[in-house]
Design a protein around this ligand. Structure first.
Ligand code: CP
Ligand code: NVA
Length: 328
């Protein structure tokens, strides 16, 4: 019904606003369906085989996909970096043609976005992007579901992304919010400002809804009026070499209670905190303890207005919605 049958999903920019919002609503319905146990009576992926080709680590995306597929009676096969020849002994193109003969769909996580494009061009079956250096579309579907469940609406809200203003999550979030009519502000140091091309794409989408896309280098001023405060790690997978530099640049952009108060929406309860996870918060890992890489403090992470675990669960419902829309 969404017009996504046999289609790949590599970027939110590649589907219509209606299709994106339709996937979010479908995920909300699938969540209720699972709660009622209805998927057990009528599994929708019986006899279907899905593979996960992952070049980077994952907890949520991997497990969400495996559970989504198995919930619906399908089979999910995880293929990690060292399990297959992909991109080493065998080209991406040849791997795509082989996997496409065997599997009904491929979820990919890896480095350059051009790899997932090459996979999709050659596989002959739907390919879904489970994160590349540039984009993380399935994350944002879950974010939009979580926001809609919490506020009952999307259009008209304001989201502030605070941190590395040009990473995969931020890029996809700007596009996804703009397509949903959510005002979005990218709050980041000048050095980590968004790619002008991404900004232009988001602005074009926002123009359809009369919403706004902006960039701010002043944390307190930038988050003013925000209903959703969103952050991500300061150093993404594959960027380990710039760890120290990022710490210096991003310390003033930590999400703490002062920043939540600066939204002006804490007292009215019109604010929520989201994070794609994994997160560095107080003493959450040895890395956060020894380096002080803390994009969010515990008083925010553990607050009642933090919905990060609803958001993590929703990865499963939204990935299920995406796969079913392509295959069922
Ligand atoms: N948010 C997210 O993509 O988490 P994983 O890296 O654990 O998949
Ligand atoms: N920006 C992070 C997101 C992890 C889900 C990364 O790419 O490592």
């Amino acid at each position: 019904a969404l017009g996504l049958r046999n289609k790949s999903l590599l970027r939110l920019a590649d589907i219509s606003d209606e299709q994106m919002l339709g996937l979010v609503d479908f995920a909300i319905a699938l969540k209720a369906r699972k709660r009622a146990g209805e998927h057990l009576q009528n599994p929708l992926l019986k006899g279907r085989n899905i593979c996960l080709v992952f070049q980077k680590s994952s907890t949520r995306t991997r497990c969400a996909t495996v559970v989504a597929v198995r919930d619906e009676g399908g089979n999910a096969e995880y293929l990690g970096q060292s399990d297959i020849h992909f991109g080493k002994k065998e080209s991406v193109k040849d791997s795509a043609r082989v996997l496409g003969r065997l599997f009904d769909g491929i979820l990919f996580r890896g480095f350059a976005h051009s790899i997932v494009e090459e996979l999709a061009e050659n596989a002959g079956v739907p390919v879904w992007n489970g994160l590349t250096d540039e984009w993380h579309p399935t994350q944002i579907l879950a974010d939009l579901q979580t926001i809609k469940e919490h506020f009952g609406i999307l259009k008209g809200l304001k989201l502030a992304f605070v941190g590395d203003g040009r990473n995969n999550v931020c890029n996809s979030l700007m596009i996804g919010c703009a397509k949903a009519g959510i005002d979005v502000v990218d709050v980041c140091p000048p050095e980590l400002s968004p790619d002008p091309a991404v900004l232009a794409m988001a602005e074009a989408a926002a123009a359809r809804h009369g919403s706004t896309v902006s960039v701010s280098h002043d944390p307190a001023a930038g988050v003013r009026g925000a209903n959703i405060l969103y952050t991500d790690v300061w150093v993404s997978m594959g960027e380990e070499a710039v760890f120290q530099e990022r710490l210096q640049l991003l310390r003033p952009f930590q999400v703490n209670m002062d920043l939540v108060r600066a939204t002006g929406n804490l007292d009215s309860g019109r604010v929520m905190f989201l994070h794609c996870l994994p997160a560095f918060h107080d003493n959450s890992t040895d890395v956060s303890k020894t380096t002080g890489a803390l994009e969010v403090t515990d008083d925010v992470f553990e607050a009642p207005f933090s919905k990060v675990f609803d958001e993590a669960e929703n990865r499963m419902h939204t990935i299920k919605a995406m796969i079913l829309s392509s295959l069922a």
